[in-house]
Design a protein around this ligand. Structure first.
Ligand SMILES: Cc1ncc(C[n+]2csc(CCOP(=O)(O)OP(=O)(O)O)c2C)c(N)n1
Length: 328
């Protein structure tokens, strides 16, 4: 593909950053919650959906975006926002519900929002898909050089909003890229039990939209497919769909007993860890040494530790401000 060393190392850095952030959030989440799993206890109350394992998808797509390209995401949004370039301190503070967070601590983990990065997400499955189409319509009407991207899961591809969005985006030739992250499950329901087609890429044809399936564990494959789709949208040639086949390395939510997994399934997928795949390729090409990989990991561990300290030390929003910054 002829990517520069700088681009390749940025892809690696971003994936390590996401993994390090997610795994630390996963540790902190259980503080105070065990042994009975009290979901309201600890520094991070409420549900938690982590992105570990799927890093190549967010990273490969967002590496092709500009800061002002709008992105909509889901309940599993941390990876997308980090790949879009978010400051880890503001993100972590929001996840902790602190005043210094992106939404003054009132959104939390499932409602990360940053107008500067044109990023939004939410817990309504499929809710971000029509929002991205709306953003793309605005871009087209204003004649701007921007592309909207919507990330969502294979479960979301079965809701009506997905089909309505693809249809409208195609009719109006809007600059939007739909990224289906097929991590094989919607909570505990396997895609084979919920989805009438083998691959969501087949659904592009129903709406006249170019669609491809890519290996979502391979960041270079995702990067290439995303570049083609995003370039097409920037040229005014309309929407595209990418199905990235990937796997989440943690439960649907933290605390998920994962009784639906086949024995050994996760270990098998972990052999195709997206970070190791790119790391091995870079090492084979002499672009990364073991010592440099360790230094990148140490840097990301430090960044996440700084974000954690910032979140822990920050105040909660004042009770008298409980109704500020909300839609009434
Ligand atoms: C409209 C709606 N229906 C149901 C739910 C409950 N729910 C939360 S996550 C989820 C599964 C989503 O699966 P998928 O879209 O594949 O994303 P993944 O969790 O695999 O990233 C469901 C059904 C919801 N939040 N919103």
């Amino acid at each position: 593909m002829g990517l520069s060393k700088e681009t390749l190392l940025n892809l690696y850095d971003t994936m390590v950053k996401i993994r390090t952030f997610e795994e630390r959030v996963g540790e902190m989440y259980y503080e105070g919650k065990l042994p009975a799993f009290d979901i309201a206890a600890g520094p991070i109350p409420g549900e938690m959906h982590l992105y570990s394992g799927q890093e190549a998808v967010a990273t490969g797509v967002c590496a092709n975006l500009q800061p002002d390209d709008p992105v909509t995401s889901t309940h599993r949004a941390h990876g997308h926002l980090i790949a879009k370039g978010e400051d880890l301190k503001k993100m972590m503070a929001e996840i902790f519900g602190k005043e210094t967070g992106l939404s003054h601590g009132k959104g939390g983990h499932m409602h990360l929002f940053d107008p500067n990065l044109h990023f939004g997400c939410g817990g309504i499955v499929g809710g971000g898909i029509p929002q991205a189409v709306g953003a793309a319509l605005a871009i087209k009407k204003r004649g701007e050089d921007r592309v909207a991207v919507s990330f969502f899961g294979d479960g979301a591809a079965n809701i009506g909003a997905f089909h309505e969005s693809l249809n409208l985006a195609s009719i109006w030739r809007l600059p939007v890229v739909f990224v289906v992250e097929d991590n094989l499950y919607a909570i505990s329901v396997p895609k084979s039990a919920s989805t009438a087609v083998r691959s969501n890429a087949e659904r592009g044809a129903a709406y006249g939209i170019p669609a491809v399936q890519v290996d979502g564990q391979d960041v270079l494959a995702v990067y290439e497919a995303a570049k083609e789709a995003i370039d097409r949208a920037r040229r005014g040639e309309g929407p595209s769909l990418i199905e990235a086949v990937c796997y989440r390395f943690r439960g649907h939510f933290e605390g998920d007993p994962e009784l639906y997994l086949a024995k050994g399934e996760k270990d098998k997928w972990k052999e195709r860890d997206p970070i190791n795949i790119l790391g091995s390729q870079l090492k084979a090409q002499g672009l990364l040494t073991d010592a440099e990989a360790e230094a990148i990991q140490a840097k990301m561990t430090d960044l996440v530790a700084e974000a954690e300290a910032f979140a822990r030390e920050s105040p909660y929003p004042a009770p008298e401000e409980a109704l500020e910054h909300l839609f009434a």
